[in-house]
Write a protein that binds this ligand. Structure first.
Ligand code: ZN
Length: 357
């Protein structure tokens, strides 16, 4: 556990918070990680909103060690500040209703999540402790990451890597149950989160295999048992149970999902970034029920675009299953789409300027 304090004066320090470790010594690697963050420019990337006032640290990097008295052991770190009124943890965002209703919003988060991880991985850092509390998003879908002091670092010159901290349950890739995170395990966990945002909040390892009383996301993940590959054999919770499937994704994202969850060649964050930016541009409304859907994908709110009938659900809560052509829908009220990220001709980089906080 650590205590976090706002820094009030001098004014330049308002962009920082102090994180003091009360009950454990500071990770001996933190000083080296702070140096490498500076050397590799991880604190220099910040997306820019409408103006400087809306800029935020893409990564809440530690900037320096904090000492109580000169010469003593460090008692904490000074970290770039993230506005907690604006950014909410991803597990809070995922439990809200907007991700379930607003595919444009979920896709924006997926885009900025892929962008964030690409920035981190391309500089040789491993996130390690990816979780719904360490990653945060705002109402525009911008994403930032905190608790960076557990990052790992990989080197090109043969030096042994600095190990990343341990992962959090429900975010542990199947190949690192007994060890530290790697860029490859980051890729697995990030793919799960990106897919969850592209699937209206339904986790790719959520749900329960038919005939099993219960299983956690981590159990399904450790067994690599995803409803995306065996839809008929899984019961998904409401409101996902009836029509959600791999076909809810457009073909490019289906291909990435298969590779990310099923193959040793997991797609990079850069590949996810390219695919999610393209998908964000191709969100339309279902002509049958009026809900948002990806073009080239089946509607997950009704059966439109699917060749087979809705999936079976628990007998006690089976939904009505009318023929596709006459799906009765209670007054379609399509939620207005949020503006998908405007990536312009310069890609996401065009939205960003170098900024040293
Ligand atoms: Zn529909």
């Amino acid at each position: 556990m650590a205590s976090v304090f706002a820094v009030v004066d001098p004014p330049i320090a308002r962009s920082l918070v102090l994180k003091l470790f009360n009950e454990r010594p500071i990770d001996p690697n933190v000083e080296e990680i702070i140096r490498l963050i500076d050397e590799r420019g991880l604190d220099e990337v910040a997306p820019v909103g409408a103006d400087d006032e809306h800029a935020f640290p893409l990564v809440a990097t530690p900037k320096c060690l904090v000492f109580a008295e000169a010469g003593e052991e460090p008692i904490g770190i000074a970290v770039l500040r993230v506005d907690s009124d604006r950014f909410r943890p991803l597990n809070v965002v995922l439990n809200g209703t907007r991700v379930k209703r607003d595919l444009s919003y979920g896709t924006s988060i997926a885009v900025y999540l892929a962008d964030l991880v690409n920035e981190i991985h391309s500089r040789g850092f491993v996130i390690g402790d990816i979780s719904g509390t360490n990653l945060l998003a705002d109402d525009s879908g911008f994403v930032t990451v905190v608790d960076v002091d557990s990052f790992g670092v990989e080197f090109d010159d043969g030096r042994s890597p600095i190990s990343a901290g341990f992962a959090t349950s429900n975010y542990i890739a199947p190949d690192i149950l007994d060890g530290h995170a790697t860029i490859a395990s980051d890729r697995f966990v990030i793919a799960c989160l990106i897919l969850q945002f592209l699937l209206h909040g339904m986790h790719p390892f959520g749900g329960v295999r038919r005939g099993v009383l219960q299983s956690s996301i981590q159990e399904n993940m450790s067994n690599n048992d995803s409803w995306l590959f065996a839809r008929d054999e899984f019961v998904l919770p409401k409101p996902f149970h009836a029509y959600m499937s791999m076909e809810s994704l457009p073909p490019t994202l289906r291909r990435l999902a298969r590779a990310a969850l099923r193959s040793p060649e997991r797609p990079s964050a850069e590949e996810w970034l390219e695919a999610t930016v393209a998908a964000a541009d191709r969100i339309g409304f279902c002509e049958h029920c009026g809900q948002q859907k990806f073009e080239e994908a089946a509607c997950s709110a009704c059966s439109s675009g699917r060749d087979i009938p809705p999936f079976q659900v628990n007998p006690e809560d089976a939904p009505p299953t009318p023929p596709a052509a006459t799906v009765p829908v209670a007054t379609p009220t399509p939620s207005p789409p949020t503006t998908p990220p405007d990536v312009g001709s310069g890609g996401l980089w065009g939205l960003r300027k170098k900024r040293r906080a």
